[in-house]
Design a protein around this ligand. Structure first.
Ligand code: SF4
Ligand code: SF4
Length: 436
């Protein structure tokens, strides 16, 4: 196929969907941004997509099996709502979704057979959504007479890679929160316990995961150099997506630096768009590029919409007890600890520390503002100090909540119990059977 023909075919493909060349390139820029690449990578993404779409039209589709674990199907919902008709569909048409519990029109024997054939042929990607539940002999999830554990183990054994989509798939998420009766866990930990360490796992957390993250992972793995292109970090998360704190790319960050906070929904401070940290924003301790990729077809994201970040992307694949729900609840309370980069502050230190840090930052900032002639007088730090004086019970540094009603010993016992179940799932399940 000549280059002219390929270009013509692709242009026709876009035109048939009512997609302009401009919006296609914009989409490629968004995919590059979602992958953490610079804007200059957009033409490279465009070229890879063009070549792959043309390849797909001649029958070279990439097989994908989408398995549903213990989930609310929110990640499928999120993915299915990529705007239509649009350029995203062009990408979707490059993959052959040979199996999906939720999206496939077929059902029963025929669809199970399609899955089996795909596994036999190899060279496919598994997208796994939801947790793996090991309690009650694995019977909390059964599809076509098999337990969820058996389905994943079988599908992963011959896969090129498994994408653990959503925080539940990464380390159990909601399902693994205390007391975790179903002994929920994540894909990577499960496969490792089954001796399938050599199957590459890509962890894409989120509740739900951003559809553009999955698109960008598929584009990079399938079209732009395989798994190496993702630069997975030590938690097997793509570094371009999960390498920076939400806090680092937040449009309210300036208010955080100025000590301008929202303490109550519906307040004047909220109207002014101040920082949501006192309302429980977990942006300083959560790594994801939500503020760059955005949500709902790149229109907005949690903090822009007025909600504190709930930290839904925090998921440690090595520990189901370290799931985002348990770590971050209650969602609208100030967090127990403050993480900024690799620094970690105890709550009692935050008041003094923040005052010191903010004061130092403001002095430096103030000099800069003065020097450039952008202000006269001081920065508006007094406003926050005055508010704290009037509301001492809510000032930074006071935090009364603990996940287990303020009982750290109870909390530690619960965590140990979960860790025990994780290390010896079968023994724990037997124990439960006996106890019933
Ligand atoms: S604490 Fe939250 S709202 Fe405030 S700057 Fe950080 S990410 Fe933004
Ligand atoms: S901003 Fe926070 S709560 Fe919202 S999607 Fe991103 S990580 Fe999750």
């Amino acid at each position: 196929m000549s280059e002219e023909t390929a270009a013509f075919d692709f242009a026709a493909e876009l035109e048939a969907r009512g997609v302009s060349r401009r919006s296609f390139l914009k989409f490629c820029g968004a995919l590059a941004a979602a992958a953490g690449l610079s804007a200059s990578a957009a033409p490279r993404v465009a070229m890879a997509l063009e070549e792959s779409v043309i390849g797909a039209k001649t029958g070279n589709l990439y097989p994908v099996i989408w398995l549903e674990g213990a989930s609310c199907t929110g990640c499928t919902e999120s993915f299915a709502q990529i705007e239509t008709p649009d350029v995203a569909r062009v990408v979707l048409e490059m993959i052959s979704l040979n199996y999906s519990d939720v999206l496939c029109a077929g059902a029963g024997h025929s669809i199970e057979e399609a899955k089996e054939q795909t596994i036999e042929n190899g060279n496919y990607i598994v997208v796994y959504e939801g947790a793996i539940t090991q309690g009650f002999g694995g019977n909390t999830l059964r599809v076509a007479m098999e337990t969820g554990e058996e389905i994943l183990e079988h599908a992963a054994s011959n896969a090129t890679a498994v994408v653990a989509l959503g925080s539940c798939a990464v380390n159990g998420g909601w399902m693994a929160a205390y007391p975790n009766p179903a002994i929920a866990t994540g894909v990577q930990g499960f496969l490792s316990a089954k001796g399938l360490d050599d199957v590459p796992v890509v962890n894409v957390p989120g509740c739900p995961a951003n559809p553009e993250w999955l698109m960008s992972v598929l584009v990079q793995v399938l079209m732009m150099g395989g798994l190496d292109a993702l630069h997975l970090n030590e938690m097997a998360k793509p570094e371009g997506i999960f390498g920076q704190y939400i806090h680092d790319n937040c449009e309210r960050r300036g208010h955080f630096e100025n000590g301008e906070f929202v303490y109550e929904f519906g307040s004047k401070e909220e109207e002014l768009g101040y920082c949501l940290y006192p309302l429980g924003c977990k942006g300083p301790q959560t790594k994801a590029n939500c503020g760059i990729t955005l949500w709902n077809n790149r229109r907005s994201w949690c903090v822009q919409a007025g909600s504190p970040c709930l930290g839904c992307c925090e998921a440690n694949p090595a520990d189901p007890g370290d799931n985002w729900v348990e770590v971050n609840t209650p969602f609208y309370e100030r967090q127990r600890d403050l993480h900024i980069g690799d620094w970690f502050f105890q709550p009692t230190l935050v008041a003094a520390g923040l005052t010191g840090i903010v004061a130092a930052a403001l002095i430096i900032h103030g000099f800069g503002m003065k020097k450039t002639g952008r202000m006269d007088g001081g920065a508006p730090f007094e406003k926050k100090r005055a508010w704290d004086e009037k509301h001492p019970e809510k000032s930074i540094g006071q935090y009364e909540y603990s996940v287990m009603d303020g009982d750290p010993v109870q909390m530690q016992d619960a965590q140990k119990e979960i860790a025990k179940q994780y290390d010896q799932p079968e023994a724990a399940a037997d124990g439960e059977e006996e106890g019933r």
